[in-house]
Write a protein of this length. Structure first.
Length: 292
């Protein structure tokens, strides 16, 4: 073995010994470190969710908060996270400890996507995107779409079945402003009650995978047909059937805003191509014919 190899081997042994000593020493020092304070922060981008959580409320949930006499090594950070995660009005919680011994608790309040009323209207609760429920309380009011109708274990549709639909509505500013409430029928169809008065929209089964297409057909109806026929011409617009918009004429027909002979849409289709359903005649022709 050469002299250089011997020196390298000796240095390696010394370095390994130092690392063992340093790790042990740092662990002993960490065990002696005390908690220097606790900071609770309400985070998240949705400011409406802040109505559900306060700093004082979180402090009251953690009755055994660490004090400045508690060693940092005795703090169960993940345990605190789990306890806060079980609180109904908290979406998520993250607990960390800084190098100075300060405990940071970052909490995201529950972000509701809808308020669900019982079938008899006697009680209600908020529901978030993960299906977590919070009983409605006068202290926690958030302006979100309302869900009513036949819901529960004995119904065809439960509140969690509506989550993909509600998330789609919440993610689109136009649809969000359009939707005032959702009603589940005994047959399992979902009726959207829009902010535009005079009609309801039948979305069909909320569990299918063509929600985006349904709303695209509805928006097309709003842009191309209703400005022509009149906003009170139909009382029900159904997009539950794939590739169709089926509209039922209101009992008392409203006068069209413009004479039909003058109507031409921006793409050059005349009103004759916008076929509608007359409930009295039983004609089930789609309200918007698919382009070929």
């Amino acid at each position: 073995m050469t002299r250089k190899a011997i020196i390298r081997c000796a240095l390696s042994v010394v370095l390994a010994g130092y690392l063992v000593f340093a790790v042990g020493a740092s662990q002993d020092m960490a065990a002696l470190d005390k908690v220097t304070g606790v900071e609770i922060r309400i985070t998240g981008n949705d400011h409406t969710g802040r109505n559900f959580v306060t700093v004082d409320g979180i402090s009251s949930e953690l009755t055994d908060m660490p004090s400045d006499t508690t060693p940092v090594s005795h703090i169960d950070l993940r345990g605190i996270e789990r306890r806060l995660g079980d609180v109904v009005n908290i979406e998520t919680a993250r607990v960390t400890c800084s190098q100075t011994g300060r405990i940071h608790i970052d909490v995201v309040p529950m972000i509701p996507v809808a308020r669900v009323f019982s079938s008899d209207g006697s009680s209600s609760y908020y529901i978030n995107r993960a299906g977590k429920r919070l009983t409605a309380d006068a202290r926690y009011h958030v302006d979100v779409p309302v869900v009513t109708g036949d819901l529960g274990h004995n119904s065809k549709i439960d509140a969690v079945d509506l989550l993909p639909l509600m998330q789609h509505i919440a993610s689109d500013s136009l649809l969000n402003s359009l939707t005032t409430s959702l009603k589940v029928t005994a047959t399992g169809d979902v009726l959207l009650i829009p902010s535009i008065r005079g009609h309801v929209v039948n979305l069909g089964d909320p569990r299918d995978d063509n929600t985006a297409d349904k709303f695209q057909r509805l928006i097309t109806m709003y842009r191309k047909v209703l400005p022509i026929k009149g906003w009170l011409y139909y009382d029900t617009i159904s997009v539950k059937f794939s590739g169709q918009v089926v509209a039922t004429k209101a009992k008392k027909r409203a006068t069209p805003q413009i004479a039909e002979k003058e109507l031409v849409d921006p793409e050059g289709e005349t009103l004759d191509n916008m076929l509608t359903t007359d409930a009295a005649s039983g004609d089930n022709t789609p309200a918007i014919a698919k382009k070929k």
